[in-house]
Design a protein around this ligand. Structure first.
Ligand SMILES: *[C@@H]1O[C@H](CO)[C@@H](O)[C@H](O)[C@H]1NC(C)=O
Length: 250
């Protein structure tokens, strides 16, 4: 039986590698190209022109940041692997993982923050938009994508080393809270179970409702789109404001 377990694990790992490898290689080539500053400038200029909508956080990397390195490639592999293995899928039940509240360090679960039928925005990133009229939101702080002792980024507002214990993570979250005051902030457990379940490494957005995933944003940073979230909420608002709707049934 043990052999069978090993066999299953080996097959699973092989499948993960097969699926993740092409994406990883694409990213690696892109990183290598983007390390030529003339190419980087041109690509980001193009992106800015195309975007137009100023509300999405712009993707920009300062010239001093090298993209192609052992640490960056490790992080990209990790991110793609988490994305492939995540349990969260649109239309399915939302993983109810354990988190720790910043204010009192009490343990709770993701769905504890959902109220009745109100949508709950699950934000694995630091950009906060207020939609308090129709939705609640909670920011989940997970492992650092750019720790000072890993894939370091000079663009990060703080230099934070990899969290070695929950205290480290809570302390780092406190710094983040200074940037986004007033939002409800929880941190991932040291098992990183929310990060794994939601494939949230490098930021991601979700909307949960009645225990289900009703919006799933793309893998960050390029898939982290506040505009998509806003569109979903606008449509939801329209639906609920229609006179004879079935959404609000008392
Ligand atoms: C969770 O992430 C931290 C980095 O923030 C890492 O040190 C730790 O080993 C991870 N835990 C597990 C169970 O992988």
């Amino acid at each position: 039986e043990d052999d069978q377990g090993h066999m299953k694990n080996a097959i699973k790992n092989a499948i993960v590698c097969l699926v993740v490898l092409p994406r990883f290689l694409m990213a690696a080539v892109m990183f290598w190209l983007l390390d030529f500053l003339c190419i980087r400038k041109r690509v980001f200029f193009r992106m800015k022109e195309q975007e137009g909508d100023a509300i999405d956080p712009p993707l920009c990397i300062s010239d001093s940041n090298r993209l192609f390195s052992m640490e960056s490639l490790k992080a990209v592999w990790h991110g793609h692997k988490l994305d492939f293995l995540k349990a969260a899928h649109l239309g399915h039940g939302a993983p109810n993982t354990e988190v720790v509240q910043l204010e009192d360090q009490k343990r709770s679960r993701i769905l504890d923050y959902a109220e009745d039928k109100r949508p709950l925005i699950l934000n694995f990133g630091s950009f906060v938009q207020q939609n308090a009229d129709i939705a609640d939101s909670v920011v989940v702080y997970i492992e650092e994508a750019h720790p000072s002792d890993g894939w370091m980024s000079t663009d990060a507002p703080y230099q934070i080393p990899k969290h070695r214990c929950l205290e480290d993570r809570l302390h780092a979250a406190q710094l983040m809270h200074l940037e986004v005051p007033g939002c409800r902030l929880v941190v991932d457990s040291m098992e990183n179970s929310s990060n794994a379940a939601y494939g949230a490494y490098f930021d991601r957005l979700y909307i949960l409702q009645e225990g289900k995933i009703v919006y799933q944003g793309g893998r960050g940073p390029e898939g982290y789109r506040i505009t998509e979230l806003r569109d979903w909420l606008d449509q939801y608002r329209e639906r609920t404001e229609q006179p004879n709707n079935e959404v609000i049934s008392v």
